[in-house]
Design a protein around this ligand. Structure first.
Ligand code: PLZ
Length: 449
């Protein structure tokens, strides 16, 4: 039998194929080594050790082919080892691997900043600065906002996630596993309500924004607030999309009060949701945007992009770091950005959304534990509850996740209550493979009923 050309990506046949139980013997041996060599503090979702990946498939050390519904937490949006990324990375590695941009610069860094300045919302003058991780980008957005405003307070929202460094742990809502026993956290961080339509009952976006604004007024005072930092779609918090009006009202409040409005688009950004940035669905132009994950096809790169007058308000030498904007990571980003533009990535994300929403909506009829189906583009989630209520069903979520893992589908959970099942497939996943993953999810619902 011949295999249709579109079913082979990166030399990998795009089909799920299990040749051992998961994890198989080689992965189990590697797991034993992991336990002896790696800190127990570093957890693993599914201990199959990966040797090759591409399209929508991950291949493990035992030769199993698994369907990738996580993209390494929204990172490999353009697919793993995308040839456009791999080719540019190889060429860059052969030329030079590092100089430190602050010591002797190179063009790739500037070019990545130019692309980010062009693609982020708003046609005002912009500047960018590059870093290594999402948390580092968030930290720098706060530094920049404080330098620009001369103010200290940072406002974040319930269910928000911003990273694992000290400042970003403090900005993150959920205790376990991110914050527990790691305090004290940085001061001057304030948390206000976020619109969460499935939980808010009759309260719409504008009303929840009014509560949040009232809290800022009474508990902090607008003139003390340097920045409001919000994810336009909650990431780790469970993919809740705020009700219309919420995000815009908070942004308007920030702009009316000299507060820097920062959209953390580290998870929702860069074509993932069917537009370059999720902020665009509400017509919001953030002052600063933080990006990471999907911008560089798997290489560590992050950025802060925003209004030139804010970005340039920092003293010379105030921003940086040894590796920030590493040339190899920049080459990967340029490859990833080129692929997205050539292949109309935003449209692919919308096609994935259509497939997922129709399958999940059909599943909900037989499985009323699916309380809510939400998200945008290739960033979709379901919230699992006791039928007819909003009472979380974390146990069912864990059971479903386990079933999918055992059957060769790499899935992720999320949510403050651990009851959200989220899907972040790479845009290179063939639709039949996506359908197969959803079929296994359906079987998981039946098996765990
Ligand atoms: N802001 C919105 O989603 C990273 C974290 C996984 P880093 N999310 C995945 C985990 O358990 O550590 C994230 C995010 C948003 C910031 C970050 C932080 O990005 O690159 O992980 O530092």
């Amino acid at each position: 039998m011949t295999i249709a050309a579109e079913q082979v990506i990166n030399g990998i046949i795009q089909e799920r194929n299990l040749v051992t139980e998961l994890p198989g013997p080689r992965s189990l041996a590697l797991l034993a080594r992991k336990e002896n060599a790696v800190s127990a503090g570093v957890g693993i979702g599914l201990p199959v050790f990966i040797t090759k990946a591409g399209g929508g498939i991950l291949i493990d050390a035992d030769g199993n082919s698994l369907i990738d519904m996580g993209s390494g937490i929204a990172v490999t949006t353009v697919g793993n080892a995308n040839p456009e990324v791999a080719g540019r990375v190889a060429a860059q590695v052969a030329n030079f691997t590092h100089t430190c941009f602050m010591v002797t610069p190179y063009e790739g860094y500037v070019e990545v900043c130019e692309v980010l300045n062009r693609l982020t919302p708003g046609d005002h003058e912009k500047r960018s600065a590059l870093f290594n991780s999402g948390a580092e980008a968030v930290e720098n957005a706060v530094k920049i906002a404080r330098a620009f405003t001369g103010r200290q307070a940072v406002v974040v929202v319930e269910h928000g996630y911003h990273g694992r460094t000290n400042l970003t742990m403090g900005m993150t809502a959920k205790n376990m596993p991110y914050k527990h026993s790691f305090g004290p956290f940085a001061p001057e961080i304030y948390r206000v309500p976020v619109s969460y339509p499935f939980h808010d009952g009759p309260h719409g976006g504008a009303e929840v924004a009014a509560w949040a604004i009232s809290r800022m007024e009474k508990e902090i005072g607008a003139t003390n607030i340097a920045a409001i930092v919000i994810e336009p779609i909650l990431g780790e918090g469970g993919f809740s999309v705020p009700a219309p009006g919420y995000f815009k009202a908070i942004a308007d409040y920030a702009h009316a009060n000299g507060i820097v409005f920062v959209a953390d688009e580290i998870q929702s950004g860069f074509a993932r949701t069917g537009d370059w940035f999720a902020s665009e669905f509400e017509g919001v132009v953030p002052d600063l945007i933080t990006t990471a994950k999907g911008i560089a096809g798997g290489m560590p790169l992050a950025a802060v992009t925003g209004r030139a007058e804010i970005m340039d308000s920092v003293h010379a030498g105030g921003l940086g770091g040894t590796y920030g904007g590493n040339p190899v990571a920049c080459a990967a980003a340029l490859g990833s950005m080129a692929w997205m533009q050539e292949h109309d990535a935003r449209q692919i994300a919308k096609e994935i959304e259509a497939v997922m929403l129709s399958r999940l909506t059909a599943m909900q009829i037989n499985h009323p534990t699916i309380g809510d189906i939400r998200g945008r583009g290739a960033m979709i989630a379901i919230e699992l509850v006791k039928p007819g209520t909003i009472e979380p069903d974390a146990a069912r979520t864990t059971a479903l996740n386990k079933y999918c893992h055992q059957h060769g589908v790499v899935t992720l959970t999320a949510g403050t209550y651990g009851n959200v099942f989220r899907f972040l497939p790479p845009l290179t996943i063939p639709i039949p493979l996506l359908e197969e993953a959803l079929g296994i999810l359906e079987a998981a619902f039946e098996a765990t009923a």
